[in-house]
Design a protein around this ligand. Structure first.
Ligand code: FES
Length: 163
């Protein structure tokens, strides 16, 4: 059968679109779009990969240039604090699946991804996280504050304020 003959045969079988066809098509869209969006969200959740921080050492600069503490430092993914004993850095990466934790007015940390909460000293208040937040090593280098993400320290660690 030639191509023209095939096209003619297909056109002959085709029937005009009626209101019932349009209604069925519209109903199919009504459930197809939300289903596709839901599946897309599920796939995104299942393929979630925590953000990776390539570098481990970050020069945070001179304390003279810091905004009022505590402050979130995005490059280093830390919360930088200072108390009467000195500076300390809390890892802002949630120990559940790696989202960023946010400091709350009551000095606890909250993860928006799945609702984990952490004490000011990093201990878990509420899961799904089961591991405490990490505290990271701070040091002075030529008057600049440096954080080393590869070096965990105890939550009582403080770097004296004077360089
Ligand atoms: S990544 Fe923080 S609670 Fe899941």
């Amino acid at each position: 059968m030639s191509l023209k003959a095939r096209i003619r045969a297909i056109k002959a079988k085709a029937r005009p679109v009626n209101r019932r066809d349009l209604l069925v098509g519209a109903l199919n869209l009504v459930w197809t779009i939300p289903t596709a969006l839901g599946l897309g969200g599920l796939l995104k959740f299942l393929r979630f990969e925590p953000p990776t921080t390539q570098a481990t050492r970050f020069n945070l600069g001179s304390p003279l240039t810091f905004p009022p503490l505590p402050v979130y430092i995005e490059d280093a993914q830390i919360w930088l604090h200072r108390d009467a004993d000195g500076y300390y850095a809390v890892d802002a990466i949630c120990t559940h699946l790696g989202c960023t934790v946010y400091l709350q007015p009551d000095k606890t940390y909250y993860c928006r991804c799945h609702g984990s909460r952490f004490e000011a000293d990093g201990d878990v208040i509420q899961g799904p996280a089961t591991q405490p937040l990490h505290f990271l090593l701070l040091a002075w280098e030529s008057g600049k504050l440096v954080v080393d993400r590869s070096q965990e320290v105890d939550s009582t660690f403080r770097l004296p304020a004077s360089a």
